[in-house]
Design a protein. Structure first.
Length: 233
C-alpha cells in the first residue's frame, strides 16, 4: 500500500514539473481502393515551411529534414531523396534539375512529380503550415498534494520503529507564465503514375514548452513514416 502511495506522489510530482502536452491530434484520410502493398519505391521530398510564417526557421527545417531521412527508413522499401530524384529524372529527360532547383525550386519539384513514375511508385511531401510560440498566465492556485510523514517510536519492548504515512496538505502556487509551442503540419502520400493523393494527414500539436519545436517535428515525422510503413508492408 505504501509503495502505491509512493508512486502516486512521484507521478504527481512529474506532472507538476515536466512540460505538459496540451493537444495532440492527427486527422487522416486514405484511399480505400488503393493497394499500398504495391509500393516498392518512394521519393521523399524535402519538407517545406509555409512562406507566410514570417520567420526564418532554417534550423528547425534542417532538424526536420534529418528526421525525414532517419524515419523514412521505417518504410521498408527503396527510398529516393529529392536530390537523388533530381539527378535521376534530370538524366532521363535531359535537363539539369539541380541547376533549376537553385533558380526555381518549385518548377524543379513540379517536373520531378510529373516524371516520378519513371523511377518510383509513389512520393511523399510534407509542409509545416503553422508554427508559433505563445503563452498564457496560469493564475495563483492551491493544490492538495500528498506528503510523506515519517515518525520514529519505540514499541512495548523498547525496539526502535518507524511509521510512514501520507497526508494531504494544501500547497499554494503563485501565478506563472506558461509558454506554448504550436505546430500544424500536412503530410501527403501520392501515387506516382497520375499523382493522385492516396494518404493524407493533418497533424496538430501544442506543448507547454518554449523550445519544443525539434522534438515535436521529430515526433510528427516519426509517427507519419511509421504509419505509412505499416500500410505498404
Amino acid at each position: 500500500m505504501l509503495i502505491k502511495k509512493f508512486f502516486g506522489v512521484m507521478l504527481l510530482t512529474a506532472i507538476l514539473i515536466l512540460p505538459q502536452t496540451v493537444c495532440a491530434e492527427k486527422t487522416d484520410w486514405y484511399d480505400r481502393g488503393f493497394n499500398f502493398r504495391n509500393i516498392r519505391s518512394i521519393i521523399v521530398f524535402d519538407a517545406t515551411f509555409s512562406q507566410d510564417l514570417g520567420y526564418d526557421y532554417s534550423i528547425e527545417m534542417r532538424n526536420l529534414q534529418d528526421s525525414f531521412m532517419q524515419d523514412s527508413g521505417k518504410l521498408k522499401c527503396n527510398v529516393i531523396t529529392e536530390a537523388q530524384a533530381r539527378r535521376e529524372i534530370g538524366y532521363r529527360i535531359g535537363m539539369n534539375l539541380d541547376s533549376l532547383a537553385y533558380s526555381n525550386p518549385l518548377e524543379a519539384r513540379r517536373i520531378i512529380m510529373q516524371n516520378a513514375y519513371t523511377i518510383a511508385d509513389a512520393w511523399i511531401i510534407g509542409n509545416v503550415d503553422n508554427m508559433e510560440n505563445t503563452y498564457y498566465v496560469q493564475p495563483a492556485h492551491t493544490v492538495w498534494e500528498s506528503r510523506r510523514d515519517t515518525r520514529t517510536y519505540r514499541d512495548r519492548y523498547g525496539n526502535r520503529r518507524e511509521e510512514t504515512r501520507y497526508i494531504q496538505v494544501p500547497v499554494n502556487y503563485p501565478p506563472r507564465r506558461v509558454d506554448v509551442t504550436s505546430i500544424q503540419m500536412t503530410l501527403e502520400l501520392h501515387e506516382a503514375r497520375n499523382g493522385d493523393l492516396v494518404f493524407a494527414r493533418k497533424d496538430v500539436r501544442d506543448r507547454e514548452d518554449y523550445q519544443a519545436q525539434k522534438g515535436m517535428l521529430g515526433r510528427i515525422a516519426h509517427s507519419f513514416f511509421e504509419d505509412v510503413g505499416k500500410k505498404i508492408r
